[in-house]
Each structure stands twice: as C-alpha cells, then as structure tokens.
Write a protein that binds this ligand. Structure first.
Ligand SMILES: Cc1cc2nc3c(=O)[nH]c(=O)nc-3n(C[C@H](O)[C@H](O)[C@H](O)COP(=O)(O)OP(=O)(O)OC[C@H]3O[C@@H](n4cnc5c(N)ncnc54)[C@H](O)[C@@H]3O)c2cc1C
Ligand SMILES: NC(=O)c1ccc[n+]([C@@H]2O[C@H](COP(=O)([O-])OP(=O)(O)OC[C@H]3O[C@@H](n4cnc5c(N)ncnc54)[C@H](O)[C@@H]3O)[C@@H](O)[C@H]2O)c1
Length: 466
C-alpha cells in the first residue's frame, strides 16, 4: 500500500492537536488529523468540561439545599439525574460538532481521518480506519503525537472481575445516580467526583493511600479542603491499602482495605477508579520510528517538545509532566511559534497554575511552602481566612483561606487559594507574578468595593517568615 503524502500528520484530536491543525492549515500546510474516538479528546468528552457541567448541577442542588442559610425557604431539591446527564451530553455534543465543523468545513487544508494510527517506519503511519476493515498509510516530514492518557487501574485481586468505572466510562455511560459511590484515589478526580456525586444525592466514600487528600499540597492546604468535604458527609478512608475487591450476587461491592485502624470492609454500589493516568503510547509502533519513552511510557522530548526522531513532536499529556488542558494548549503554542514564527521557548519555563473545581475551589500557582523549603528559596507567608473578606461575609461564602508566598525581593513566589472564586483569585496573583509586581503594589491598588478582588489589598497583612 503506498503512503499518501501530507505536509503534517497529527495523531489525536486533543487540546494541542486541534489548534495545531488549524494553525498549520491556515499557514497553507496540508494536514491530516487522525482521531480514533471522539473529537476533542479527554477535556471535551470525559475530562474537564463534562465534570464541570455535572459539578454545576451539583452546586445548584447544594445552593437550593442550603438556601435557608440566607433566609430563603426552599424544599429539598429533587435531582433528575437523567436530565442532569442529558444537559451534559447536549453540551458535549455541541462541542464535538463545533470541532468537526471547524476541522472539516472551515479548514479545507485539513483532512480528518477517523481511525487508530501507529508508526510503521520513520515519518510513516498506518491507520486502521474506524470504518469496518479500512486501512491507510500516510506520510509526512512532520508528525505530532497528541494521544493523551487513560485511567491507570491498580492491580488489586478481584478488581477486574468485580467491575469498576473510570472517568471515561462514568462520564460517557452512567445513566443512574449511584446509591453509594466508592472512589479509589483522593486527588483531583477523586475530590471533584466525590463532591459532585455527594451533592447530587449519592453516598460517597473516598479511599486514598496517602495520609491526606490532594497530598501534593502543603498539609495545611489539603486538610481544610478535606475537612470541608467530610463536613458534607463524604466518608474518607485515608492511609488505606485495598487488598481485595469483590461483588456479590446483589451487585454490592466490597473493598477490603488495610487502614491504620485495622482491616475495613467498605461496601458500595459503584466503584470509580481515580488513581492517576497512563499514556496512550502502547501499540503505537514508536520503536519503529525511533521514538523513545520513559519507564512509565511517556514520550521523551527536548525543551522544544521534539522527540529524537526527526520531525516528530509530542504534545500534551503524552509527553509527561503536569496534565492539564492549559498545558496541552500551551504545548501547541510552543510548537506553532517554533515552526511558523521562528520563535523558540523552553516549556520548562512556564508557570503551571491549576484549580480544583470543588466548592470552594482550590487555586494554586507557583511555589508551595514545602517546595520553597526544598528549593531553599527564602520566603514570607501570609494567610488570610476567607471569612475576613467583605464579599465572603456578604454572600455567606466564608469557608477557606487565601495564602500568598513572598520572596525577599517583595515579589510573589506563589499562592494557594481555597475560597469561593479561588481559581479567579489565584489567577490575579499569577498576573502579578507575570508582571513582576511587588506585593506593596497590590496592597495599594485601588480595587472596586465590594469585590472578591479586594483580597489583593489585604492578603499580605499577616506576612511572616516561612
Ligand atoms: C476527569 C478529568 C477531569 C479533568 N479536569 C481538568 C480540568 O478541570 N482542567 C484541566 O486543565 N485539566 C483537566 N483534566 C486534564 C485534561 O483533560 C488533560 O490534561 C487534557 O485533556 C490533555 O489533552 P491532550 O491534548 O494531551 O490529550 P487528549 O485530550 O486526551 O486527546 C488525546 C486524543 O488522542 C486520541 N488517540 C489516542 N491514541 C490514538 C491513536 N493511536 N490514533 C488516533 N487517535 C488516538 C484519543 O482518542 C484522544 O481523543 C481532566 C482530566 C480528567 C480525566
Ligand atoms: N481540575 C483539574 O485541573 C483536574 C481535574 C481532574 C483531573 N485532572 C488531571 O487528571 C490527572 C489524573 O487525576 P487523578 O486524580 O486520577 O490522578 P492523580 O495522579 O492526581 O492522583 C491519584 C491519587 O490516587 C492515589 N492512589 C494511587 N493508587 C491508589 C490505590 N491503589 N488506592 C488508593 N489510592 C491510590 C494517589 O495517592 C493519588 O492521591 C491529574 O494529573 C490532573 O492533572 C485535573
């Protein structure tokens, strides 16, 4: 079979693949974008967007449930789970349709190939087309791998037989609200899904091997979040090692776990596995094209996101490192600027902000206290309880805190914001960091009253040596 030549091939319609396809096509290159599943990848279909749609429904239910706190009498909400899911499905389909329209109609230089790609030789891909039995060979001097990750599933006796959900199967297939959701893993996915399902009316148990949820954070950042989740009735089983999983004839799951308090048997109706991700690099023939991976299967790249194979780049989650949509998107910008504008930028130099979309949100940028100490960066730290923000008092959203780290040059080193609007507040600190502002400039900024942003004036009141 002869290979059809293109200027560029992109494997994966993810957060880097689509915009790169548009940019190359607009620059006059002939591009083939190969996608084996839904257009838009994880973020659109079984990641960021659908979780935030479901979280929005969960938060609305919570608002109704707690309306009495603000003097509004409302009866307990009835969650129509099918309608909640239908809204999410409708919005997701709109996103997919928009991407398809853009790829196939707005950009005539792009050919969308529906199928699974693998390398057969340097610069050559074989595609098993989604259409029954179809195959194709494609070749190009430039190939971009944007194949993402999938859920890691731990090897626990009985797990496969008992059956479990992952973010993909849960977001793409669940039609009934679980009665009791067990969640293995208490990090981003565990806490977002945990609060979401709890607020939608399920019982939720999170089982985590570490001593705290979100254990990448400073303990005095993760613990308050943990306490807020526990206060909503989410059961937390920490420092737990699940040794066995079973399901009885009635469908009840039992997880047998070693915990500091002894062996526990945790029962539930559904199990979500949220214990991290593994890259989609297996069966891609990478070795046939001279593309190395690390011991976890992530593609090895240089500072410019180039693999050692000539003309082959890896972007997004599949290259390892922080796994966020904004990082995958920035990978696209790095490659675009390099190829189309002759500007190089080392991806290690960028900030890595993130937000955990619980309510309140946890926004994080820059150094944590632990990281600053490990890197021997001198710092001062100030933490303000959210309850001292005027806006928080007015709206009744007083949970959490705003914490900022300041260096010896008075410039910001980092921030952790567990607070209503935590993501937006964190981003204001990020802007100040990007602009190299001194903290006194934020203290003295004239800020409209009463906004959440006013916390920029007060956040530094309690600065003390860290
Ligand atoms: C539940 C969940 C919630 C998340 N929430 C957030 C959030 O709120 N904010 C945030 O920033 N990040 C979030 N993330 C992370 C974010 O979704 C990812 O970092 C981001 O989508 C990665 O994009 P990507 O471009 O690397 O790959 P992906 O978007 O995963 O795209 C990869 C694509 O490649 C396709 N593919 C794979 N192999 C092949 C092949 N051989 N041939 C053809 N096609 C192939 C796949 O089908 C997929 O469509 C979340 C992730 C999950 C799982
Ligand atoms: N808001 C966001 O930006 C957002 C939301 C969801 C997911 N994500 C991305 O998705 C990625 C995956 O998220 P995640 O939460 O699955 O992974 P993660 O790697 O962040 O956390 C996995 C958690 O599972 C625990 N764990 C591992 N094995 C376990 C076991 N056998 N039993 C119990 N606990 C176990 C780990 O200690 C850890 O806390 C993250 O890297 C994140 O970047 C981002």
């Amino acid at each position: 079979m002869s290979a059809t030549p293109y200027d560029a091939l992109i494997i994966g319609s993810g957060q880097a693949g689509n915009p790169l396809a548009y940019a190359l096509a607009e620059a006059g290159r002939r591009v083939a974008l190969i996608e084996s599943a839904h257009l838009g990848g994880s973020c659109v279909n079984y990641g960021c967007a659908p979780t935030k749609m479901l979280l929005a429904s969960a938060q609305r239910a919570h608002l109704v449930r707690t309306a009495g706190e603000l003097g509004i009498n409302a009866s307990a909400p009835t969650v129509d789970f099918a309608a909640v899911v239908a809204r999410k499905d409708r919005l997701t389909q709109n996103s997919r349709d928009g991407i398809e329209h853009s790829l196939t109609t707005e950009h005539p230089n792009i050919r969308l190939v529906r199928g699974r790609a693998r390398f057969t030789a340097p610069n050559t891909l074989h595609v098993d087309l989604n259409e029954q039995g179809g195959q194709e060979q494609l070749t190009a001097p430039l190939i971009f791998i944007n194949t993402g990750t999938h859920a890691a599933v731990p090897l626990i006796p009985g797990l496969e037989l008992a059956g479990y959900l992952t973010n993909d199967t849960l977001l793409l297939g669940l039609t009934e609200l679980p009665e009791h959701l067990l969640i293995l893993g208490g990090s981003y996915i565990g806490v977002e899904f945990g609060q979401m399902f709890r607020r939608l009316g399920a019982r939720v148990t999170i089982i985590e091997t570490s001593a705290t949820l979100m254990d990448r954070e400073d303990p005095d950042v993760s613990r308050p979040l943990q306490e807020l989740l526990a206060a909503e009735g989410i059961e937390l089983v920490l420092e737990a090692e699940v040794r066995h999983v079973s399901r009885n004839a009635e469908g009840v799951l039992t997880l047998t776990a070693d915990t500091p308090g002894g062996e526990r048997r945790l029962r539930g109706s559904h199990l979500l596995v949220a214990t991290g991700r593994v890259p989609n690099t297996l069966d891609m023939g990478l070795e046939l094209a001279g593309i190395p991976t690390d011991e976890d299967g992530y593609i090895v790249v240089d500072n410019d996101l180039r693999t050692p194979a000539k003309g082959v780049y890896a972007l997004g989650d599949v290259k390892g490192g922080p796994q966020f949509t904004h990082i995958a998107y920035d990978d696209y910008r790095i490659v675009r600027d390099q190829l189309l504008h002759g500007r190089a930028r080392d991806y290690h130099d960028r900030p890595v902000p993130y937000v955990v979309f619980t309510e309140p949100q946890l926004g994080r940028i820059g150094l944590s206290k632990t990281q600053a100490r490990e890197q021997k960066v001198p710092f001062r730290v100030s933490r303000l309880p959210a309850g001292s923000i005027g806006r928080a008092v007015e709206t009744g959203q007083t949970a959490g805190f705003v914490e900022v780290l300041v260096g010896d040059d008075d410039r910001l080193l980092g921030a952790a914001v567990l607070c209503e609007q935590g993501g937006e507040i964190m981003t204001m600190f990020q802007l100040a960091m990007a602009g190299g502002l001194r903290y006194q400039q934020l203290e003295n900024l004239v800020i409209a009253h009463p906004t959440w942003a006013e916390v920029l004036n007060n956040a530094f009141q309690r600065l003390k040596r860290g």
